[in-house]
Design a protein around this ligand. Structure first.
Ligand SMILES: *Cc1c(COP(=O)(O)O)cnc(C)c1O
Length: 394
C-alpha cells in the first residue's frame, strides 16, 4: 500500500500534523472519533443513505458521444456536477458533519474558496441543526456572489477574510485562527489539506467517487479499470476521491490538472507542483509556493476553487513518486474548454472542472482508450464570469 497514509499521517515524506500546541487536543480528539465511529455499520449506513437520497448518488458515469468523437477516444464524465449543491464537496461535508454530531459538537466552522464547500457545509448544518460560520476571502465573496447568497439563506454566517490575497489561503488562516480560540467548534475542512487526520479523512469520504466508477465501469465494459482518470486539483479532494481505488492499479493512468493562471512563468499562477517546493502549510508538510524565506507566494487563478498555493500531501506524494502525472491549464485554456463542453454536450461546467477538460487537448489518446474525467462541479456559480467573456469564446 504505497499510497496509503501511515499511522502518523504521512504519505511518504508528506503530511503529518504541524500545528500549534493549542490544536493538538482537537486533532487528537478527531483522530479518536474517526477511529471509533467512521467504520461502524451504523455510521456507514447513515452516510450512505444520505449520499443516496439527499445527494442523489450514485452520480452517473456519462459516455460523452460528441466529446469522444472530437478527441477520437472514449470519454466518460463522472457527473459530480449533478450532486445536490452542485459539486463533490457535499460528500465530505456530510461525512464530517456526521462525525461532529457523534462527538457532541453543535458549532461548525469552514473555509471556502469558490463557495462550494461553504454551501455544502451550510447545507448539512441546516439539515442537522448545527450552527455554521464560513470564512471566505473578500475577493472570492465578490466573484462568487450567488454562493454567498445561498450560504446566508441556509443560515450560515459568512465572515470575510481580508488579509493577503483575500482568497482561499487567507480564509483557511482565519478559520484555523478561530479554531484555536474556540476549540469547542468542529472545523470541517473542504479539501485533502490540513493536519492529520484531515487529508486521509477527506479522502475516505470522497473515495465514494472511485468506488462508484469501478461498479459503473464493470456494468458498461465488464472490467473495473479505465485507462485514464483525469481531475483538476486545488487542494486535491475531487482528484483524491476519483483516484483512490485506482492508486494501487498502476496500469490506470492518473492525470491531475492544476491552474496555471496567466501562465506558469507569469508570476500569476497556482501551479503548485511546478512552482512549489517542500514546506509546511496549514498544518501539513507538502509542496507549496513560497519564496526563499519561506513566505507564501500569493497564488492566482480565475477559478476561486483552484486559487490555493499548495496541494494536499497525498498529491505531493503522487507527484514525487510519479504515480500521477501533473498537467496544468491557463485561465484561457479553461475558459475555452468550458465553452467547448457547453457546445458539445450541453453541460455547463464549473470553472474548476474546466481545467480538467482543458487537459483533453494535451494528451494523445488511443481510439480504444477509456478516459474518465471527473466533472467536479456545475457552472451556475461561474455564469457571471462566463457572460463577461462569452464573445471571445463562444
Ligand atoms: C472546490 C472545488 C474544486 C477544487 O477542490 P479540490 O479539493 O481540489 O477538489 C474543484 N472543483 C469544484 C467544482 C470545486 O467546487
Amino acid at each position: 500500500m504505497k499510497y496509503e497514509v501511515d499511522e502518523r499521517g504521512f504519505y511518504g515524506e508528506f503530511g503529518g500534523a504541524f500545528i500549534p500546541e493549542l490544536l493538538h487536543h482537537n486533532c487528537e480528539e478527531l483522530s479518536q472519533a474517526l477511529k471509533q465511529y467512521a467504520d461502524t455499520k451504523a455510521f456507514k449506513d447513515e452516510f450512505n443513505l444520505l449520499l443516496k437520497d439527499y445527494v442523489g448518488r450514485p452520480s452517473p458515469l456519462y459516455f460523452a458521444p460528441n466529446l469522444s468523437k472530437k478527441y477520437k477516444t472514449n470519454i466518460l464524465l463522472k457527473r459530480e456536477d449533478l450532486n445536490h449543491t452542485g459539486a463533490h464537496k457535499i460528500n465530505n461535508a456530510i461525512g464530517q458533519a456526521l462525525l461532529a454530531k457523534r462527538m457532541g459538537k453543535t458549532k461548525i466552522i469552514a473555509e471556502t474558496g469558490a463557495g462550494q464547500h461553504g454551501v455544502a457545509t451550510a447545507t448539512v448544518c441546516a439539515l442537522m441543526g448545527l450552527e455554521c460560520i464560513v470564512f471566505m476571502g473578500e475577493i472570492d465573496i465578490a466573484r462568487q456572489a450567488p454562493n454567498v447568497a445561498r450560504m446566508k439563506m441556509l443560515g450560515a454566517e459568512v465572515v470575510p477574510a481580508t488579509s493577503g490575497s483575500k482568497t482561499l489561503k487567507d480564509a483557511t488562516n482565519e478559520a484555523i485562527r478561530y479554531w484555536i480560540n474556540h476549540p469547542e467548534t468542529f472545523y470541517i475542512i473542504g479539501s485533502v489539506v490540513g493536519p492529520h487526520p484531515y487529508p486521509a479523512m477527506v479522502t475516505k469520504f470522497q473515495a465514494i467517487i472511485s468506488e462508484e466508477i469501478k461498479t459503473q465501469m464493470k456494468e458498461k465494459y465488464g472490467k473495473e479499470n479505465p485507462d485514464y482518470v483525469i481531475a483538476c486539483v486545488g487542494g486535491g479532494s475531487n482528484a483524491a476521491g476519483a483516484f483512490y481505488h485506482f492508486l494501487e492499479e498502476e496500469n490506470v493512468k492518473l492525470i491531475t490538472v492544476e491552474a496555471a493562471g496567466l501562465g506558469v512563468e507569469s508570476g500569476e499562477t497556482a501551479a503548485t507542483t511546478i512552482k512549489g517546493t517542500e514546506g509546511i502549510i496549514h498544518g501539513s508538510r507538502t509542496l507549496l509556493m513560497q519564496d526563499k524565506d519561506g513566505q507564501i507566494v500569493e497564488p492566482y487563478s480565475i477559478s476561486a476553487g483552484l486559487d490555493y498555493p499548495g496541494v494536499g500531501p497525498l498529491h505531493a506524494h503522487l507527484f514525487k513518486t510519479r504515480r500521477a502525472k501533473f498537467l496544468n491549464a491557463t485561465d484561457d485554456e479553461a475558459l475555452k474548454a468550458a465553452f467547448m463542453l457547453t457546445k458539445e454536450e450541453g453541460i455547463i461546467p464549473a470553472l474548476e472542472s474546466s481545467h480538467a477538460l482543458a487537459a483533453l487537448e494535451k494528451i494523445d489518446f488511443k481510439p480504444q482508450d477509456i478516459v474518465i474525467l471527473n466533472l467536479s462541479g456545475r457552472g451556475d456559480k461561474d455564469l457571471e464570469t462566463y457572460m463577461k467573456v462569452s464573445e471571445k469564446y463562444s
